[in-house]
Design a protein around this ligand. Structure first.
Ligand code: ADP
Length: 624
């Protein structure tokens, strides 16, 4: 599965995302509000300490103490808003110690309300995208050819449809939300911190990371050491399993000492690398504490000076520290995004690969509708191969309307392949198949497949009600028609006895149906479809004779008046067939009626004499 489109998954994902751009814009507006309110919150922390708790110099409204320089625009703006609020509160007789905390609370509530809506809106886009993507992928999946299904692994398909799609949801929902919110918040908070005190901000955001470099370095070395430690323990495991498997050789060669030395050496290597790991680990938190201590000392020394000079208030410092802490989550979120995006892109690539993989059997642009089948099906010099080996060779075959043709032959002869070509599950590699003279490749798939009913060897029941299994794909089927089909398939009487009758779920796990009952339901499904051409793959598994008889009679009802291709395993079927085709390694070995073929002493005769055909049900068959 390779395609051009799947190599550029991002633009295609964006198409899915783009359908919800209105919602995305709304979410973005909400996020901007969240970030702005975060800054307002920080500013109010400053005021809480200076004004409400009285830590600042009395009588001042600025965050800068008594001698404000020209305040940065952001701060000036916040100041104005704050001053307006305060004077309103003063009018209402509300003291600062109450007004500021209330304002803080209001900000907090507003911020979280916005956060709720933005989170909800963006995550909603994630799940909506995933719903659309999964629907599209499923539609494409249904159009794939039988070859695709026979080559694809179920596990792989499931993982593409489920977990890969899930990855995209998380990237475009949660992760994208966190990323956008994170970037906005980081920017605004940085602007705030620099506005509050540029020197302090410079120290913290530029110098501190350099001071913290040793920690980063230590963590990196720790990761490496942990990796090689795992490698070494793997080496020990390999040695051990060698010993377990080879203990007899070790003993007979008398090399216990040699092996013990080898083991000790590997064990020692593990010991050394693990010792390095624990040393680095032990270093980590002291290093962090000391460096953080140094940083804090620097910070407080500088801040103390600023406060003394009246360039900053205690509230300003606390607000500044709070701003640093507020950056922690957004920074973490933003750094996680790239990884999530990469994962989502590789998932998207796998999904688009599936979507784009060629659908080899599809309608031609000028395909015609086949009319109702009236004359004959012809295989004209048909050859077929799945891979390198020919499975069908130069097959010529005419099946007239109303005929029952039995196909017999050893397993692997190509019987299933032969019938699969008719509904175009596969196309012939060479030659062609016509229906009433029209090449199947020139007809629409729908008009062809409408004419064909199929009952396979392993009965497929879908996990829905008995009614929906009979009237498969026709949710509004009239009750009487379903009952009539079921009755003709001898299924009505047992379906009626099910706990909820026709509404009983009879899926794979329902287990309450016997093999014969399932087969009769499948026959009822084909009866309901009422297609003129029937493909039947007789079950080889034995049923008890009563079930056998019912299934046989149901099949007889089904075949009545239809053109039938049956892969036959029962003697009774071949006897009744108008014609028997004997396939041998992809070639048509013989054809004729049962009686003719028996006299010919060929492959059919040999198969017959080997008791190749199931005969057990003869007695039951004899009953009308
Ligand atoms: P029959 O129905 O007579 O047992 P089939 O038509 O199932 O024979 O198979 C004919 C040959 O084609 C066998 O050798 C089988 O292994 C091979 N074959 C069947 N289906 C596939 C497939 N999907 N891919 C590759 N080879 C296949």
């Amino acid at each position: 599965m390779e395609s051009n489109g799947s190599r550029k998954p991002l633009p295609r994902l964006l198409v899915y995302f783009g359908r919800y751009r209105g919602r995305a814009l709304a979410a973005l507006a909400m996020m901007a509000a969240v970030s702005a309110l975060t800054v307002v919150f920080l500013f109010l922390v400053n005021k809480l300490i200076d004004d409400a708790l009285g830590a600042g110099a009395s009588g001042t409204l600025t965050g800068f103490g008594k001698s404000p320089r020209a305040a940065a625009p952001l701060i000036a703006w916040l100041q104005r808003g704050y001053a307006a609020m305060r004077s309103a509160a003063d009018h209402a007789g509300l003291p600062a110690r109450l007004a500021v905390p209330l304002l803080l609370l209001a900000t907090l509530v507003a911020k979280n309300v916005c956060s709720y809506f933005s989170e909800f809106a963006l995550n909603g886009i994630g799940i909506a995208m995933v719903r659309d993507l999964r629907n599209d992928a499923y539609r494409q999946l249904l159009r794939k050819s039988a070859r695709f299904y026979s080559q694809a692994s179920t596990g792989d398909l499931l993982s593409r449809m489920l977990s890969d799609v899930e990855q995209i949801q998380s990237a475009f929902g949660t992760r994208l939300a966190d990323f956008a919110q994170g970037v906005l918040t980081i920017l605004l908070v940085l602007v705030y911190a620099f506005s509050l005190n540029p020197g302090l901000a410079f120290g913290v955001f530029v110098i501190a990371p350099i001071v913290l470099l040793p920690i980063v370095d230590n963590t990196r070395r720790l990761g490496k050491a942990a990796f090689s430690s795992r490698e070494r323990i793997g080496g020990i495991g390999a040695l051990l399993s060698e010993t377990l498997r080879g203990h007899r050789v070790i003993k007979t060669y008398g090399v216990e000492e040699f092996e013990a030395d080898r083991f000790a050496e590997a064990n020692d290597r593990y010991f050394r690398v693990t010792r390095r790991t624990i040393r680095l680990q032990a270093l980590n938190s002291p290093l962090m504490e000391v460096l953080a201590g140094i940083g804090l000392v620097g910070l407080f020394a500088y801040a103390g000076g600023q406060i003394e000079q009246g360039r900053m208030t205690v509230g300003g410092l606390v607000s500044f520290l709070a701003a640093i802490m507020m950056l922690y989550k957004p920074l973490k979120d933003v750094t996680k995004t790239n990884m999530a995006l990469q994962i989502a892109l590789s998932s998207a690539r796998r999904i688009f690969e599936l979507v784009d993989s060629e659908t080899e059997i599809a309608d031609k642009p000028d395909a015609v509708d086949l009319g109702a089948f009236s004359r004959a099906i012809r295989y004209e010099d048909v050859s077929f191969r799945y891979g390198d080996d020919w499975v069908l060779r130069n097959l010529d075959l005419t099946i007239r309307r109303g005929e029952t043709v039995a196909i017999v032959g050893p397993s692997g002869a190509g019987k299933t392949t032969l019938v699969n070509l008719l509904p175009r599950l596969y196309d012939p590699t060479e030659g062609r198949i016509t229906l009433d003279g029209v090449d199947l490749k020139d007809a629409t798939l729908a008009s062809l497949r409408r004419q064909i009913g199929i009952v396979t060897q392993d009965t497929i029941l879908f996990d829905t009600s008995a009614r929906e299994n009979v009237a498969y794909g026709r949710p509004d089927a009239p009750e009487e028609a379903v009952r009539a089909a079921a009755a003709a398939a001898f299924a009505d009487e047992f379906v009626d006895r099910l706990p909820e009758g026709y509404e009983t779920r009879v899926g794979e796990d329902a287990g309450r149906l016997s093999g014969g009952q399932k087969q009769r339901l499948a026959i009822a499904r084909a009866l309901y479809k009422d297609a003129p051409i029937l493909i039947l793959d007789e079950a080889t598994s034995q049923l008890d004779s009563e079930s056998e008889a019912l299934v046989s009679r149901a099949l007889a009802n089904l075949m009545e008046g239809r053109t039938t291709l049956v892969i036959a395993h029962r003697l009774s079927t071949v006897r009744r067939a108008d014609r028997i085709l004997v396939l041998d390694r992809g070639r048509l070995a013989e054809s004729g009626t049962h009686a003719e073929l028996l006299t010919r002493n060929g492959l059919y005769r040999r198969l017959h004499d080997m008791q190749f055909f199931v005969e057990k049900d003869e007695a039951a068959e004899a009953r009308p």
